[in-house]
Design a protein around this ligand. Structure first.
Ligand SMILES: Nc1ncnc2c1ncn2[C@@H]1O[C@H](COP(=O)(O)OP(=O)(O)OP(=O)(O)O)[C@@H](O)[C@H]1O
Length: 778
């Protein structure tokens, strides 16, 4: 073979492999390895073999070469050439592209100039394994894999296309643009600048380091670092002011926000002996804890729990007063959206605090989007009320740390002034805000957003849930991968824990080898390796032993760590969400989908303008506006869900939190003969994502089954959901149930914690996650 380089570089090996495969038809993988080794005589043979095998596997994974058969044996063959456009504008060639050896490129796939036949998005979207890298640190342009276990195959393939990549050492060098694209595509966390190189600005420092006993309201705009400073405040209270972590309570809205806060604070305070006692909670979990500690159970959903907790705090219960009286500092985030029951609960909490207890409340009037309509007669938000109280001082954060362009920076501040100056709002001011947002966008009025090159990552935001369903449909029709965040859905904790440990008694203990057998016996296999799973379980168990107990794991999952949580369906691509469900988050690229402006006398123009503002201010670098016309639906229930009328049936949105009875009630229904079997059936369904249907039983339940009415049961619809079904059929709640509710999609599964009875430790199970619209015959 003439002119063959022997420097052993990845690209040189790749070229050798291609040439050998093309010239010598019918060689097996082992034979190709041996051929290549002959040309690498300066290298250690073991190293060289691993390197060559790694390159061959990589080339096969990306269909640069492939497997054929000759005399029933697998052999390596050439594949037709393809050209792939990368996010940074370069084009690389795959397959039999006829590039000669010695081009000097270090890339596994050489750069070419001619037009591309595919985009990186199409290649990534064609990988069929689920990819969720949430919790991993973002990748830098130059780096090597530091994650536990093997690098996920999809990332490995993407990196090898995007620049130089060493499959054995797992090192890469790619352009900035390609790195930032991959970070968005895989949902990798941006490097947490707060921990690395962020220097707090003067106003942030003032708030973070204020005396522990101060009561303060901090009103500040998007990207000014409210969340960031909330963490710094906790750290300063513990480190500088000497408060015990157990005496600090930090409340925020969503589980993901709470998990993120915990993780950030944990990283800084992790070494302290009592750091774990810090109470970082959602408003809902704070209420649930308070009730549980007083021996009360909350039934009837989150809002009922919040009201019960408020009553408890106002009931002069000495235990509750004592527990809350111990607190030395309370921090409340996103106070502009605290209205109604949650606002009242916070007021009841503030009333029970010791006068020496400090309070820090963060919020932004211009971002208040939680429904003036729900505010009823009780009026304003917690933020508005606290801001007028004499016992609170007011402070502000003044610098925007989010935006990277002048146009966005200017829009962030000028629109905020407009909104704060005109809380009542008007049609004119709404259109003014809309125009200001459009003028800060790099592109406007994009109609085919689902085909637009910018929507390979970042956020796609809609004003309404109707818009969200419509946008998701457009993406599906365009064949694009995306992640979908739907509001009011149950939490999602990675399902492998529930399928492996679900149904076992809380007292079950397990060694690593027991666990390995379980893991290896599971089909379909979980996407995390056995080593990775074991590390996660040891952390959750937190006993310090090299064993796990199911009860400990279940307790650990009552406050699940961020890496096990997800708040969306789908594993890759841009995140589709309503504006309401995305507050507090940010992305480099945002596609804000506008609709026709609202009309009529009852429009709350101020709230509409603020909602657009919240959506537009999620962008740090590129904002675009697109266009969508949402489909029509009717609404029913609280929280609201959609339904549609058809001549012979009704369709009802399904999959909201509480649509299924909990695990214990499902088991009591008598439809679970064997818990392990039911769980394994749910696991398979979470991967196959079949359509399922609910059939009535003799006890007045609607039982969700795979296949027909004799199929395996995977859950029971809740009584509240059955009431909605009956209401849509216009019959009494107690009337006979419909023969079937069909067309329900299983969209995944979540591990659930099953509370123990009478003081026993909790255990685990797996429940399906539902989606789509159930069809009810009339
Ligand atoms: N002092 C700082 N130096 C560098 N980056 C910072 C600093 N403070 C905050 N940031 C970064 O700025 C961004 C915005 O911060 P953060 O999300 O805390 O703002 P926010 O006020 O809560 O925004 P919003 O109101 O939109 O939710 C984040 O990426 C954060 O890491």
């Amino acid at each position: 073979m003439p002119d063959v380089p022997t420097n052993g570089s990845t690209s040189a090996i790749a070229d050798l492999v291609r040439r050998i495969v093309r010239a010598r038809r019918g060689l097996s993988r082992a034979e190709v390895v041996n051929w290549v080794l002959q040309f690498l005589d300066d290298m250690d043979r073991v190293d060289a073999t691993a390197r060559v095998a790694g390159v061959i596997d990589m080339l096969c994974e990306l269909k640069d070469i492939g497997y054929g058969t000759m005399r029933d044996e697998p052999v390596l063959v050439s594949l037709p050439g393809r050209r792939v456009a990368l996010p940074d504008g370069t084009i690389v060639a795959l397959g039999d592209h006829g590039i000669s050896v010695g081009t000097g490129s270090e890339k596994l796939f050489p750069e070419v100039t001619e037009g591309a036949t595919e985009s990186l998005v199409e290649i990534l979207a064609s990988f069929d394994e689920p990819v969720s890298l949430i919790g991993h640190q973002a990748i830098e342009p130059i780096g090597h894999w530091t994650g536990d276990g093997k690098m996920p195959a999809a990332l490995r393939r993407a990196l090898s296309l995007c620049g130089t990549f060493d499959p054995v050492e797992q090192k890469w060098s790619i352009s900035e643009e390609n790195a930032s694209f991959l970070n968005e595509w895989f949902g990798l966390a941006p490097l947490d600048s707060s921990d690395l190189d962020s220097v707090p600005d003067e106003t942030q420092l003032r708030v973070a380091k204020a005396p522990a006993g101060l009561r303060m309201v901090v009103e500040a705009g998007p990207g000014s670092g409210k969340t960031h400073v909330a963490c710094e405040r906790v750290i300063s209270l513990v480190e500088a002011e000497g408060l015990a972590p157990s005496r600090i309570l930090l409340l925020s809205f969503t589980r993901i926000a709470v998990a993120e806060l915990r993780e950030r604070i944990g990283r800084r305070l992790g070494e302290l002996p009592n750091a774990a006692a810090l109470q970082v909670r959602t408003f809902d979990s704070f209420a649930a804890r308070l009730l549980a500690n007083a021996g009360l159970s909350s039934s009837g959903g989150h809002d009922a729990g919040i009201r019960a907790a408020t009553r408890l705090m106002r009931s002069d219960n000495p235990l509750v007063a004592d527990a809350l009286g111990q607190l030395e500092h309370v921090i409340i985030d996103e106070a502009q959206d605290l209205v109604g029951d949650r606002k009242e609960m916070c007021e009841a909490l503030l009333a029970l605090l010791d006068p020496a207890c400090g309070v820090t409340v963060f919020g932004d009037f211009a971002q208040s989007i939680y429904g003036y309509q729900r505010r009823g007669t009780s009026g304003s938000t917690l933020l508005a009320e606290i801001a007028t109280r004499a016992d609170f001082t007011c402070d502000q954060l003044v610098r925007d740390h989010r935006t990277r362009t002048e146009a966005l920076k200017e829009m962030f501040s000028s629109v905020r002034e407009t909104l704060r100056g005109d809380p009542a709002g008007s049609r004119e001011s709404y259109f003014h805000v809309r125009e200001r947002i459009r003028s800060a966008a790099v592109e406007n009025d994009i109609k085919g957003f689902a085909f637009h090159p910018s929507t390979t990552g970042g956020l796609i935001l809609t004003r309404s849930r109707r818009g969200l369903f419509t946008a998701a449909e457009h993406m599906r029709t365009a064949g694009r991968s995306f992640r979908l965040r739907l509001p009011d859905r149950p939490p999602r904790i990675e399902a492998w824990i529930g399928v492996l440990l679900g149904g076992l008694p809380a007292s079950t203990r397990m060694s690593q080898s027991d666990f390995r057998s379980l893991h290896e016996g599971l089909s379909p296999a979980p996407w995390r390796s056995v080593e990775e799973c074991w590390e996660i379980l040891l952390d959750l168990d937190a006993s310090g032993r090299d064993m796990i107990s199911v009860g400990n794991i279940a307790e650990g999952l009552e406050d699940p760590p961020l890496e096990l949580l997800s708040d969306h369906e789908g594993s890759s691509g841009p995140l589709l969400s309503t504006i309401h469900a995305i507050k507090g988050r940010e992305a480099e690229r945002v596609m804000l989908l506008l609709t026709r402006a609202p009309y009529g006398d009852r429009v709350d123009w101020a709230e509409e303008a603020r909602t657009l503002y919240v959506g537009a201010t999620r962008a740090s670098t590129e904002l675009r506006t697109g266009w969508i016309s949402p489909r029509k639906f009717y609404k029913i229930g609280d929280p609201e869900r959609y339904w549609a009328a058809h001549p012979d049936h009704r369709m009802i949105e399904i999959g909201l939190e509480g649509d299924l009875v909990d695990w214990a009630e499902f088991v009591r229904s008598g439809h679970v003969v064997n818990e392990a079997e039911a769980i394994s059936c749910i696991w398979r369904a979470s991967i196959d994502e079949p359509r399922v249907a609910a059939y009535p039983d003799t006890g007045g339940r609607l039982v969700l089954r795979i296949g027909d009415h004799d199929g395996a049961a995977i859950g029971c619809l809740s009584h509240a959901f059955i009431d909605l079904i009956q209401a849509l059929r216009k019959v009494d709640p107690d009337s006979a149930l419909p023969e079937v509710v069909a067309g329900i999609s299983v969209v995944g599964a979540t591990t659930v914690v099953v509370p123990g009875r009478s003081g026993e430790a909790p255990s685990l199970a797996l429940m399906p996650l539902l989606g789509g619209f159930g069809s009810i015959p009339r």
